[in-house]
Design a protein around this ligand. Structure first.
Ligand code: PEP
Ligand code: MG
Length: 590
């Protein structure tokens, strides 16, 4: 901890990715294995050391199992089981025997012995060119970090994070989605990372867990220590180290204001979503894990507008077959009834790499074998997923959509395979909805430019702004060095949005938006002016967006769009939208 005399307030500007304000002591999360103190133990202590190891392994096992349950509270089903591989690594007998040998023969502390053995495995895996084996190094480190924490704090809470105090703000270089999902929400008040971007999956997760978060801070100051006071302002992307009394007071007022806004918004939970002039927009939610379905209901979302199916596929090989997938999709459809669920076929590739499908690393994964491309090349697996989605449609309102569409050929090929699946099910007398809606994600500029053709082959479009912005402006969505160039209000993006919605409506199909920009209150005047039919947002953003839409008028927003179309600068578009948003719902833009 710093000397209280030397504490001056330091403000760090990053990007706010999950709204809210939180303050507490700093917890620095190391991203790699930390070497414990090199301690020798007297022979008489060997037995105790071995017992400590057994206890740490048992605690780690329990923590991994309870994390699985966080991901899926439905413990009766054998679904979502992300950490099975970690359990196997944890109990690997060759590792444990080697550690015990070092303790017994060389009289080393079990912490140091465990670290040394694991480090050797990790280092040798890192040298191997096979990406699957290299990935395993990350898993081993992840498990080992937990074991080391449990050795160090045997009676403490090493679940996800070994917090020394009761609550903390986590500062880390970067976090994985699994780090984020393992946070104990009552202890981790907020987090900030040096890396990361608003559309990275950790940011998406922070929003769905409702944890204030700031990313892309590039570098924390050297003199930032565990236990220092820190305040996170997720609205403005600010991290304030050692806030002064004056800053605290300013933020206390903001927190009070925010609490009032959130309690007002609860009134909208069971309301529909309409503009001032009565135009309905469906406000649905994006999910990655089944456990988010409770939030979908609690936050009053009108169903699921995007179910990202690649997460269970990457993490749980045993769930890949048609039967298991049918069970998952049916459960999702039933949970959101009477609303519907749109299930997206696999969008593997880009930053969502599936080690067993990528034998050799691709030079440009975001331009590579991603989404529908990989599905069309793996027809048997694609058909398993399509049949599973079709079968779920017999039990609830289910739609399906294809990701990463760049051409008419892809839609036609995918639809031809879908027809084969329908025929197979009919042949076997297996029920499915003949009216199932089929959509295309519009997230690549070439798809926008042939949107009139695509619209004739599908029932709806869902605009994936996360990728549309990336591919239009050549800005990697997960690279924090170029994060400030990633602008949803770039005039080129606005033109493509306009083209897409107009093409959909010209061809009598509906058009939604499911990228992160759908949940941005500053973008709401654009969505209303474009007359989109659906917005699918993180569950925690549903009520804010319902409020924003309810304060906007379609004709006024159309006029606003006319001035937006004349802008050459992203900042001009942003300012026009912000001005409108501030006038209509200032409380949402604290
Ligand atoms: C998008 O690209 O906007 C989208 C919703 O899909 P993902 O973030 O999964 O690529
Ligand atoms: Mg996408």
């Amino acid at each position: 901890m710093t000397d209280p005399q030397s504490k001056t307030e330091i403000r760090l500007q990053g990007i706010g990715v999950s709204p809210g304000i939180a303050s507490g002591p700093v917890e620095l999360l190391k991203s790699s294995l930390e070497e414990p103190e090199h301690i020798s133990v007297p022979r008489i202590e060997v037995k105790t050391e071995k017992e400590r190891l057994s206890k740490a392994i048992v605690s780690t096992r329990q923590q991994i199992i309870s994390m699985q349950q966080v991901l899926d509270s439905d413990t009766n089903s054998d679904e979502i089981n992300i950490f099975d591989a970690h359990l196997l690594l944890l109990e690997d007998s060759s590792v444990l025997e080697e550690v015990v040998r070092l303790v017994e023969n060389d009289l080393k502390s079990v912490d140091w012995a465990y670290y040394k053995v694991i480090k050797r495995y990790v280092d040798s895996l890192r040298k191997i060119s096979d990406p699957y084996l290299r990935e395993r190094a990350v898993d081993i480190e992840d498990v080992a970090q937990r074991v080391l924490k449990n050795l160090r704090w045997p009676d403490g809470d090493a679940q996800g994070l070994a917090l020394k105090g009761d609550t903390a703000i986590v500062l880390a270089h970067d976090l994985t989605p699994s780090d984020t999902v393992s946070f104990d929400r009552s202890k981790v008040l907020g987090f900030a990372t040096e890396a990361g971007t608003p559309t990275s999956h950790t940011a998406i997760m922070a929003r769905s867990l409702n944890i204030p978060a700031v990313v892309a801070l590039h570098k924390f100051p050297e003199n930032c220590y565990p236990g220092d006071d820190v305040l996170i302002d997720g609205y403005h992307g600010l991290v304030i180290l050692n806030p002064t009394a004056e800053t605290r007071k300013e933020y206390e007022a903001l927190v009070e204001q925010e609490a009032g806004v959130l309690s007002d918004l609860r009134e909208l939970k069971d309301a529909g979503t309409h503009t001032i002039d009565g135009r309905k927009i469906v406000l649905s939610a994006n999910i990655e894990f089944k456990k988010e379905l409770q939030d979908v209901k609690d936050e009053g979302a009108e169903g699921v507008g995007l179910y990202r199916t690649e997460y269970f596929y990457i993490n749980e090989k045993e769930l890949r077959g048609e039967e298991k997938q049918t069970g998952i999709y049916t459960a999702v459809a039933q949970a959101v009834a009477p609303h519907g669920a749109i299930i997206r076929t696999l969008d593997i590739g880009g930053d969502k790499l599936c080690p067993d499908l990528f034998e050799n690393p691709e030079p440009n994964p975001f331009l590579g074998w991603r989404g529908i491309r990989s599905s069309l090349d793996r027809v048997d697996e694609f058909k398993d997923q399509l049949r599973a989605i079709l079968r779920a449609s017999a039990h609830g309102k289910v739609g399906l959509m294809y990701p990463f569409i760049s051409s008419l050929e892809e839609i036609r090929s995918a639809n031809a395979i879908l027809e084969e699946c329908k025929e197979e099910l009919r042949g076997k007398g297996i029920a499915f909805s003949e009216d199932i809606e089929v959509g295309a994600m519009i997230e690549i500029p070439s798809a926008v430019l042939v949107a009139d053709h695509l619209a004739k082959e599908v029932d709806f479009f869902s605009i994936g702004t996360n990728d549309l912005i990336q591919y239009t402006t050549a800005v990697d969505r997960v690279n924090d060095r170029v994060a400030d160039l990633y602008r949803p209000t770039h005039p080129a993006v606005i033109k493509l949005l306009k083209e897409t919605v107009e093409a959909a409506h010209r061809n009598d199909i509906w058009c939604g938006v499911c990228g992160e920009a759908a949940s941005d209150p500053i973008m709401a005047p654009i969505w209303v002016g474009l007359e989109v039919d659906e917005l699918s947002v993180g569950a925690a953003q549903v009520l804010r967006m319902r409020r924003a839409i309810s304060r906007l008028d379609t004709e006024e927003c159309k006029q606003l769009l006319e001035s937006v179309y004349n802008c050459g600068l992203a900042s001009e578009v942003h300012d026009i939208c912000e001005e409108k948003a501030r006038a209509a719902y200032p409380e949402l833009l604290l």
